[in-house]
Design a protein around this ligand. Structure first.
Ligand code: MGD
Ligand code: MGD
Ligand code: SF4
Ligand code: MO
Length: 744
């Protein structure tokens, strides 16, 4: 495993080249192999590592632009402090030493713990960059269970994960050979006959362990493609079948497809008999739906929907890539259940080129690392612990909708201080901008670790810690496919006094709970995490990456379950088409179709006044959430936030490309530039999230203009799905009209 024969560093003309792993900072979900070129102590170029099995030399523009990030003139370089009375004042920051900064956090947080209990401390972190375990372990070392994001319904990844846990016991992905170190050449792998990309734009987003280029490679090798997306994406334009639904009714489509497969007998009867439970209940449950009515409800041609179902079922091995759009639905869990049922009854699970389990490589799993060290009574303070039992599983984050209500009402207790790692809640993560502002403003003291000034920091923080980039620190890349390390690359001079999140967590954690940070160095801490892999940090550094051997059909061999019995990791050992786990916690045990909170059907009156269904937040490859707006090369690709609208509708309304438009609903109003396009139907629009203007003078607005353009002004917390997961972020009803001259 790995390849120790490949050099770590070498000279190439005037450059020193080092092979390493990209993760963050700056942000990303993946962990691709990169070659970094250094000259005179500075990073000057990044290329994809053609040897790395994960990305095989491919790179996004964000990695190509890494030197502009690392060398950015406005990068945070030193710890800084500001008197809490001076929040919002850009001139009040004072440079301090690391010791002073850490002392300040330690004394303030310890004081709060002594006066009010450690549960008055909140830890915020952003999405799956290299910040998750650092934040969680640090929180637990402080004695608080509150790992917080204010994303309503934890509507990113968790709703999908929960559906997988309810039915098959663990997370799954399409098999694009990513778990084979030899990749497409591995003789055990088969190209998926049919690949379904569902609510996912993976060639732009490379999301959650799925590098979009793999889908393209499978298409090259013969996979038929089905895309389910309200927009004609690059992939949809190349699909054999493209279903164009209205947003947030994917459960109608999924049940329609599932029912077609069942009604037409296109499933694997023997597999269903032997390896699933609840099939009769499922059939009876969905018998109340008509496929044609479901298709019409989703604004999809019924014949096309049936053709997609037949194509999926006809593949000997078919695979489905689920995206964020499934999570960003209040009833996304129901959609995911129906989709998983389809995978199951067609016998596509744990098969080459089908749907594969993605266990942690070598069992290295950092989610909630240190949770067991929290006393039971603190664990039980996790918000949603009783209301939504699934919250205790998976990532152990507070249920955001309940958490924000508590933050505002201060009942049953007040949150007083916060530490934030890798998140900018006022610009991106926080669903309900007004409430997030109110909640954050109530905190007495906020410390943030980031690489650049942000709107949240400038408006509300009291202390800032400058973080090192992935080429400047020691870190671990884990999750989904392989392990690798980040390390300070050869010849590079770290700028200012930046430190990696790992080091920050280690330095600070030791002060709160030395027994949780017994290591002499960050390297030792990483070696400890690697214990299940029987590798040290240096071993992994030498072999560059580690892949587990890949085995299919594990449920038949008894190598999937912890108890060594054959079957799936569920209570019954079968795939639970009727989920006993869901039932036991009072959640719907089978798929169902219900309308989103706001829709032409659910709220016709509102729809009459606000007749555009707006998706918020679709990704573009040049930006990661609110990042990269300050990198000229990337900003040039998209200088302003834009709203995609149907081109014919734009012509009817006299709207031209680039016009500023108001997007308005009863919650608020924001403006984006018009981007008329034939890729969307009339009556739909698509916005970007994460916008702010780092070039703005913070004296004018410490939020750097994000309140004028952030779609989260249009969204509302508190409409999470019945499991506590999922919220309608991609189906907001709005009206859209031109801004008048001089209006802003
Ligand atoms: N470049 C870049 N990459 C990223 C990120 C980033 O900010 N920038 N963010 C990362 C994060 S945290 C995440 S969660 C992932 C998300 O990555 P993706 O899953 O790709 O998410 P999106 O791009 O938001 O949306 C995917 C597609 O869903 C479609 N869609 C919208 N509403 C619906 C619907 O109701 N039903 C269906 N079927 N489709 C719908 C949109 O048109 C879009 O094409 O990306 C990760 N990768
Ligand atoms: N309307 C709407 N809102 C959304 C979404 C949407 O689609 N629509 N998407 C939602 C989703 S899926 C997600 S996951 C969230 C994402 O929300 P967040 O993860 O909070 O993303 P950002 O706002 O970019 O904040 C990340 C901050 O971390 C910093 N950073 C980057 N790398 C590192 C690092 O290694 N260490 C440290 N300490 N800091 C780092 C960046 O500079 C940036 O300021 O947004 C959610 N918000
Ligand atoms: S997915 Fe893109 S930005 Fe992320 S590490 Fe890979 S190349 Fe870099
Ligand atoms: Mo996300």
């Amino acid at each position: 495993m790995g390849n120790a024969a490949l050099p770590k560093s070498w000279r190439e003309g005037e450059y020193t080249v080092t092979r390493t792993t990209a993760w963050s900072a700056p942000g990303c979900h993946e962990g691709c192999g990169v070659l970094c070129y250094v000259k005179d102590g500075k990073l000057v170029k990044v290329e994809g590592d053609p040897e790395h099995p994960f990305n095989q030399g491919r790179l996004c523009p964000r990695c190509v632009a890494l030197p502009d990030v690392v060398n950015h003139p406005d990068r945070l370089l030193y710890p800084m402090m500001r008197d809490p009375s001076q929040r919002g004042n850009p001139d009040a920051w004072e440079r301090i030493s690391w010791d002073e900064a850490l002392d300040r956090v330690e004394s303030k947080f310890k004081q709060i713990t002594a006066d009010y209990g450690a549960e008055a401390i909140q830890m915020f972190h952003g999405t799956g960059r290299d910040v998750l375990w650092e934040a969680q372990r640090l929180a637990y070392s402080m004695g608080t269970p509150h790992d917080v994001s204010y994303l309503s319904g934890l509507a990113c990844w968790m709703p999908r994960l929960v559906a997988y846990i309810m039915t098959v016991g663990c997370y799954m992905m399409p098999d694009c050979s990513q778990r084979h170190e030899r990749r497409y050449d591995d003789p055990a792998w088969r190209v998926p006959e049919v690949l379904v990309i569902w609510g996912n734009n993976c060639v732009q987003s490379n999301p959650d362990g799925f590098f979009g280029d793999w889908a393209v490679e499978c298409m090259r090798r013969g996979s038929k493609l089905i895309v389910i997306d309200p927009r004609l994406t690059w992939l949809a334009a190349r699909a054999d079948i493209w279903l164009q639904p209205r947003p947030a009714v994917d459960s109608a489509i999924a049940i329609g497809m599932l029912k077609t497969i069942i009604d037409e007998g296109l499933y694997d009867h023997a597999f269903v008999d032997e390896w699933t439970s609840g099939f009769d209940e499922l059939c009876s449950e969905i018998s109340r739906y008509e496929v044609d009515s479901l298709a019409s409800a989703a604004w999809v041609n019924p014949e096309k929907l049936k053709a997609a179902a037949r194509m999926y079922a006809a593949g000997n091995n078919s695979a489905i890539q689920l995206g964020l759009a499934i999570d960003m639905q209040r009833h996304g869990n129901a959609a995911a259940l129906a989709i998983i049922d389809m995978m199951a009854i067609c016998n596509n699970i744990d098969r080459p080129g089908g749907q594969i389990f993605t266990p942690d490589p070598a069992g290295v799993n950092n989610f909630g690392w240190g949770w067991e060290e929290l006393p039971q009574q603190q664990q039980e303070k996790l918000i949603g612990y009783n209301e939504y039992p699934m919250i205790r599983m998976g990532m152990r984050l507070d249920q955001p909708d309940l958490c924000i209500e508590q933050a505002i009402s201060e009942q049953p207790y007040k949150f007083r201080v916060a530490f934030m790692i890798g998140t900018n809640p006022l610009t991106c993560m926080g669903t309900d901008h007004a409430k997030v502002k109110e909640a954050i403003a109530k905190l007495e003291f906020i410390a943030v670790a980031d690489w650049h000034m942000t709107s949240t920091i400038q408006a509300y923080a009291d202390l800032v810690l400058p973080v090192a980039m992935y080429v400047e620190k020691q870190g671990l890349r884990y999750m989904y496919t392989n392990l690798g390390v980040m390390d300070q690359i050869e010849g590079l001079e770290v700028r200012g006094e930046c430190k990696g999140d790992e080091e920050i967590s280690w330095l600070l954690g030791k002060r709160f709970n030395p027994s949780m940070y017994p290591w002499e160095s960050v390297e030792d801490m990483i070696t400890e995490m690697l214990t299940p892999a029987k590798l040290s940090y240096q071993d992994l550094r030498t072999i560059h990456w580690y892949y587990d051997p890949m085995e299919y059909g594990r449920f038949e061999k008894g190598t999937l379950r912890h108890d060594g019995k054959v079957g799936f990791s569920t209570p019954t050992g079968r795939i639970e088409l009727y989920s006993y786990m869901a039932e036991s916690i009072g959640c719907p045990p089978m798929p169902y179709y219900e309308e989103p909170y706001l829709s032409p059907v659910a709220t016709p009156d509102i729809y009459q006044e606000y007749p555009v269904i707006v998706m918020t937040g679709t990704r573009n490859v040049q930006f990661f959430h609110s990042e990269h707006r300050q990198i000229p090369k990337l900003r040039e690709i998209q200088p302003d936030p834009w709203v995609e609208i149907n081109d014919e509708w734009a012509a009817e309304e006299g709207i031209r490309a680039g016009d500023w438009l108001w997007i308005e609903n009863p919650k608020g109003r924001i403006r984006h530039r018009a981007k008329p396009t034939p890729t969307l139907r009339k009556g739909m629009a698509n916005l970007n999230a994460g916008w702010w203007f780092p070039e703005m003078d913070p004296h004018e607005d410490p939020l750097y203009g994000c309140s004028g353009v952030n779609p989260n002004l249009l969204l509302e917390n508190g409409h999470q799905g019945p499991t506590g997961f999922g919220a309608d972020l991609k189906s907001v009803l709005c009206k859209i009209y031109k801004c008048k001259e001089g209006e802003f």
